[in-house]
Ligand binder design. Structure first.
Ligand SMILES: Nc1ncnc2c1ncn2[C@@H]1O[C@H](COP(=O)(O)OP(=O)(O)OP(=O)(O)O)[C@@H](O)[C@H]1O
Length: 262
């Protein structure tokens, strides 16, 4: 794979039989450095299933049927457990929605971010605290030194979401995978959070972002390319401007209509 590719997914098919028979793919998708690629589709289209394949958090009901997910010099799907652990949360950072669900309610937020860092890097507690402090500043948490010791319930939704972003970025990942990272936030806070994630992606040479969302408005504003999923199948994919100018699939037109609010 060329140096500039951060992720290269080829012929990926994932089945899931828990609630209903469902197949994602076959899906081909390459992400270059500094690129932001959207994965869009209605509820149940398979966005989270795809994200979970990349973050290696598939539940036992799901099976990878075929394909490759090349990241760094390896196929994520065939890595041994130790290398999976090393990559997950460190080389591939995850940003989910619902921060109050993702964060542990009984631990100060600074410690939670530090724990992620210390799980992957041999740093002292003091050094970890300093790194987390820097990261809290980078993600725009005001008065970061004081916020290190706050509990999640003491933070607003937007502030807690910034902590989730800090968790995703603390190990300086090359790939960031975000699944509805602004769901449940006020519209103005949504824009701030997405602008922040965008800046953190574009500011680093080898970093790319995969952004799963139902909202084509978000795709229009932040993504370079997009994959439209419809019931697990790729309905179309390509540059975002092409999708907006000449949507080919019926589902793309439906999502566009929804995004334009009429
Ligand atoms: N981590 C996972 N492990 C196993 N199966 C999963 C996982 N995530 C989602 N699924 C399953 O994949 C199928 C497609 O749903 P999925 O949640 O991926 O859709 P989605 O596009 O993310 O929808 P929404 O926008 O509502 O989150 C469902 O059967 C779901 O239960």
């Amino acid at each position: 794979m060329p140096d500039t590719l951060v992720l290269d997914v080829a012929g990926l098919e994932v089945g899931n039989d828990a609630d209903r028979p469902f197949t994602l793919g076959p899906l081909d998708l390459a992400l270059a450095a500094r690129e932001i690629v959207g994965v869009v589709g209605d509820s149940g289209a398979g966005k989270s299933l795809f994200v979970s394949t990349l973050t290696q958090t598939l539940r036992p009901s799901a099976t990878v049927v075929s394909g490759e997910v090349r990241f760094e010099d390896a196929d994520l799907l065939t890595l041994d457990h130790r290398r999976q652990q090393r990559i997950r949360g460190a080389r591939i950072g995850f940003i989910g929605s619902n921060p109050h669900g993702l964060l542990h309610p009984m631990l100060p937020v600074g410690r939670q971010v530090a724990n992620v860092l210390r799980a992957h890097e041999a740093v002292s507690k003091t050094e970890a605290r300093a790194r987390v402090l820097d990261m809290f500043s980078a993600v725009g948490i005001p008065d970061p030194a004081r916020r290190l010791d706050a509990y999640p319930h003491e933070l607003s939704g937007g502030m807690a979401q910034r902590v989730v972003i800090a968790v995703g970025l603390i190990c300086d990942p090359d790939l960031i995978v975000a699944d509805e990272p602004t769901a449940g936030l006020d519209v103005t806070i949504q824009a701030q959070v997405l602008e922040l994630i965008e800046a953190l992606v574009r500011s680093r040479e080898n970093r790319a972002l995969l952004l799963a969302t139902r909202d084509l408005g978000i795709v229009a504003r932040f993504c370079d390319r997009v994959v439209v999923l419809d019931d697990g199948q790729v309905a179309e994919q390509g540059p975002v401007r092409d999708l907006f100018r000449t949507p080919e699939a019926a589902i793309s037109r439906e999502l566009l209509t929804a995004a334009r609010g009429f």
